[in-house]
Design a protein around this ligand. Structure first.
Ligand SMILES: Cc1cc2nc3c(=O)[nH]c(=O)nc-3n(C[C@H](O)[C@H](O)[C@H](O)COP(=O)(O)OP(=O)(O)OC[C@H]3O[C@@H](n4cnc5c(N)ncnc54)[C@H](O)[C@@H]3O)c2cc1C
Length: 446
């Protein structure tokens, strides 16, 4: 039996530009006015058995009387973007001026997963093999990000950063980083020997260091707010609190099945689907028939934890100070955010799932404090464990279980479904470049 439930979401709250919005429980519903026809089915939705089932998201001014006078009609969209992290938002902002876009996000607001649990560093492009998508997207994304942040008034600073060969034995590795950086198009690279570093940074010690002028910091939340506003201003609509659970090819389009918090199921029909689901991206790929193990697309969570430095802690003058990279990450480094808080981290280790497949709580355990302090004290000798307070943790979606290098994946399989997988660091820096690549792929679809 099929029960049709009509749900009306009226969005109020007028912002400065006279748009209809609503702040609901502290989150921003970016849909103008959504009229959703939910089709509840007792068993799993079978698009063929129940065709045509649709979620109709229709921008219109509406009140109760208008509702009955103008029943909703079907509006198939051009593009569904799954996931409202920084990458999905950047894709929506790039696509919305040219296509009818709906973004589906499982949480009640944008950017609550990896995009808000990172270091907020604009990476220069030092660490990725020349020619890789990571290298290209980092360098191109960094250029785009500085320009976008300046144009949109997003808080950011081009701080530069220091990479340290703490011991002489690490010097060849730092020299290799410099060569790779130049090959990737990083230009502002300056060597500092031990004395030059001591003159500039009395708290730091290293045998040799590399100053990188292009690195910086951005307010990731302000970036996501700007991207969401740009997408919305160009007509994109946002459906929060809906998890995409299936994706099926139909005659001339794709049917995206989403389930809300009350387990009501809806279907959006789209010509193209962009899978920017972060940690959920491999599940979405599996859901449309891709053998993720055969393709090397299974994502492995690697946690990165941070400690905050207390007010009495020694600290460098430069906000960004990195040792040599470690397996799975960039080594326990120091970053100072735009509010002046200095953080040590993240470390990098595989995250063991619980028996039911979910993640354990991402608490930062005090037992790690000594190891963090020892790591940082190698180059900031006056740092003690007592200077460190547990902060937060983020999780990287890695394509290799052992944490070794794997490139970002952007791939269209099957036709019309564009997947982004393994979008770990430098995904924040690269977001605008990844979105430009996705946008080109979608444009080819006509
Ligand atoms: C510890 C750490 C430090 C980092 N530091 C930096 C840094 O300094 N600089 C840098 O450039 N990068 C950094 N990164 C990387 C950067 O944070 C990520 O690459 C980037 O945020 C990924 O964005 P995303 O949109 O792909 O993923 P996410 O932010 O995870 O967004 C994916 C969204 O998809 C949604 N979703 C998932 N499944 C579904 C579904 N089935 N239906 C609907 N919605 C779904 C999720 O709820 C989520 O909101 C760091 C990452 C980590 C973990």
């Amino acid at each position: 039996m099929v029960v049709v439930v009509v749900v009306v979401v009226v969005v109020v709250d007028v912002d400065g530009r006279g748009r209809e919005r609503r702040s609901d429980c502290g989150y921003d519903f970016a849909v103008h006015v959504a009229v959703a026809v939910h089709v509840r089915v007792n068993a799993h939705v079978n698009a063929h058995a129940h065709a045509p089932t649709s979620l109709f998201v229709e921008p219109l001014r509406i009140d109760a009387a208008a509702m009955t006078a103008h029943p909703p009609h079907v509006v198939d969209v051009d593009v569904v973007v799954i996931g409202a992290g920084v990458v999905g938002l950047a894709c929506a902002a790039a696509l919305a001026p040219h296509h009818d876009v709906v973004v589906i996000e499982r949480h009640r607001r944008a950017g609550t997963e990896t995009s808000s649990r990172n270091s907020g560093v604009i990476h220069a492009g030092l660490h990725y093999p020349p020619g890789s998508r990571k290298a290209r997207a980092c360098v191109e994304g960094r250029r785009r990000l500085y320009a976008y942040a300046a144009a949109r008034g997003i808080p950011h600073r081009r701080t530069g950063k220091l990479v340290l060969a703490v011991e002489r034995s690490e010097v060849p590795s730092l020299q290799a980083i410099e060569e790779r950086a130049r090959a990737n198009g990083v230009e502002e690279l300056t060597w500092l020997d031990r004395d030059a570093l001591a003159a500039r940074e009395p708290e730091l010690r290293a045998a040799l260091s590399l100053h990188v002028g292009e690195s910086g910091i951005v307010d990731a939340h302000a970036l996501m707010d700007a991207l969401k506003a740009d997408a919305r201003d160009a007509g994109a609509r946002f459906v929060f609190g809906h998890t995409v659970v299936a994706l099926e090819p139909a005659a001339h389009e794709l049917q995206v099945l989403a389930r809300d918090e009350r387990h009501e199921e809806s279907v959006v029909r789209a010509r193209v689907v962009v899978n920017a689901a972060g940690h959920g991206a491999d599940r979405i790929a599996s859901a449309c028939g891709v053998d993720v193990d055969a393709r090397g697309w299974r994502q492995h969570p690697w946690v990165g934890r941070y400690f905050g430095l207390s007010a009495s802690a020694p600290r460098p003058i430069m906000p960004l100070v990195y040792p040599m990279p470690a397996v799975g990450g960039l080594g326990v480094h120091l970053t100072r955010d735009l509010g002046g808080q200095t953080l040590a981290g993240p470390d990098a280790s595989p995250l063991e799932r619980l028996a039911d497949g979910t993640w354990p709580p991402l608490d930062v355990d005090l037992t790690l404090r000594d190891a963090f302090a020892r790591g940082v004290a190698r180059y900031l000798p006056r740092l003690r464990a007592e200077h460190l307070t547990p902060a937060y943790a983020g999780v990287r979606p890695k394509l290799r279980a052992d944490g070794s290098f794997a490139d970002f994946v952007i791939d269209e399989t099957p036709r019309g479904v564009v997947h982004l997988l393994g979008i770990e660091s430098p995904g924040l820096t690269a977001s605008l470049a990844l979105a430009a690549e996705v946008s080109e792929l979608v444009a080819v679809r006509g």
